[in-house]
Ligand binder design. Structure first.
Ligand code: NAP
Length: 261
């Protein structure tokens, strides 16, 4: 496999890598020369991504794990260290949507969204940081969202994604002295199963939604998982070691202020 950089190969863990952005991150990090632990609650989906990586000449092992399950996260990270070696890169990407306006937002939908995004990132980071601190090297990239800035019908998701940014800055402060950088990526509208599910749930035609979203941003197009994976690869690189505590929006300009002409 020809790699995109000549940085030292590491072990990269990507959660929620059975589809969408996580799968693209796994493929991209493999192209960068890293061995990838493909983690998803759906082991079959994780295996499909791992197969794509190995088909292209990379190294990948699939793991079935729910990021919210503390004992499972601990044993999964132990297995990864045994199978592939100490973790050098962690991408906390697993995510779900349970959208509703506040007056209809069910408690279980609040809890599940906060759990998958925040508790999941906390559990995996806590388990992985041990080997990073021992190595005096690490790159953690957490998946935030433009929804962190507020989005109708997403009080649970926006709170989780804004929480991810505070979590990121705090870990950056705590782990920086040990050679570990911690950053976030904030995607805008990216074409994945997640955004297709939004169209389905609201009864909108996906192509029409995609067209509207494209028209609303400076780049006049919607994002692809590979757009986000490129940013993750950049922040996960060895020579990005002076960048920490940041959130890099990958949104085609969605978060730019729109000033009156
Ligand atoms: P996706 O295609 O639905 O992928 C998310 C993956 O995470 C799925 O494979 C999902 O499995 C897995 N997952 C969910 N809960 C899990 C758990 N408890 N443990 C382990 N794996 C779990 O969505 P995506 O669009 O690629 O989203 C990836 C990340 O980007 C998420 O954090 C999302 O919030 C964020 N994001 C996406 C967009 C966008 O426009 N797509 C924008 C901003 C941020 P199941 O399929 O079984 O649920």
């Amino acid at each position: 496999m020809s790699t995109t950089t000549d940085q030292q190969p590491r072990v990269a863990v990507v959660t929620g890598a059975g589809s969408g952005i996580g799968a693209a991150c796994a493929q991209r990090l493999a192209l960068d020369g890293h061995a990838v632990a493909v983690v998803d609650r759906d082991l079959d989906a994780a295996r499909l991504t791992a197969d794509l990586v190995t088909r292209d000449g990379g190294t990948a092992v699939a793991y079935g794990a729910d990021v919210c399950d503390s004992p499972v996260v601990t044993s999964t990270v132990e297995s990864i260290v045994t199978d592939l070696g100490p973790v050098g890169i962690l991408v906390n990407n697993a995510g779900i949507l349970r959208d509703a306006m506040l007056f209809k937002l069910a408690e279980e939908d609040w809890d599940s969204v906060i759990d998958v995004h925040l508790k999941g990132a906390y559990l995996f980071s806590r388990a992985a940081q041990r080997t990073m601190v021992e190595q005096r090297y690490g790159r953690i990239v957490n998946m935030s969202s433009t929804s962190a800035l507020g989005n109708r019908g997403q009080a649970n998701y926006a709170a989780a994604k804004a929480g991810i940014q505070g979590f990121t800055r705090t870990l950056a402060l705590e782990l920086g002295p040990f050679g570990v950088t911690v950053n976030a990526v904030g995607p805008g509208f990216i074409e994945t199963a997640m955004t297709r599910s939004v169209a389905e749930r609201t009864g909108a035609d996906f192509e029409a939604l995609r067209g509207r979203m494209a028209e609303s941003v400076a780049t006049r197009r919607t994002g692809q998982p590979s757009d986000v994976a490129r940013a993750v690869s950049f922040l996960a690189a060895e020579d990005a070691g002076f960048i920490t505590g940041q959130c890099l929006y990958v949104d085609g300009g969605l978060t730019l202020p729109s000033l009156p002409a």
